[in-house]
Design a protein. Structure first.
Length: 66
């Protein structure tokens, strides 16, 4: 957040998927899984953050996503 990036909170229930996708990236060079997992974590965290600020989907015209 210090450099302007949103946080990516990996939930406890996603731990195994995180380790598996990280292993896949390191061993086989396939970054698809880890990219998708981190992108989902960032999106989820950003939605929570914006909601706390009152800028979430409910306050946007038409409920448009960020």
């Amino acid at each position: 957040m210090k450099s302007g990036y949103p946080p990516a909170v990996i939930r406890k229930e996603d731990r195994l998927a995180y380790y598996d996708s990280l292993d896949e990236a390191c061993v086989r060079g396939n970054f698809d899984g880890i990219t998708e997992l981190v992108a989902s974590a960032v999106q989820r965290s950003l939605e929570i953050y914006l909601s706390v600020l009152g800028l979430g989907n409910a306050s946007r015209p038409g409920g448009a996503s960020v």
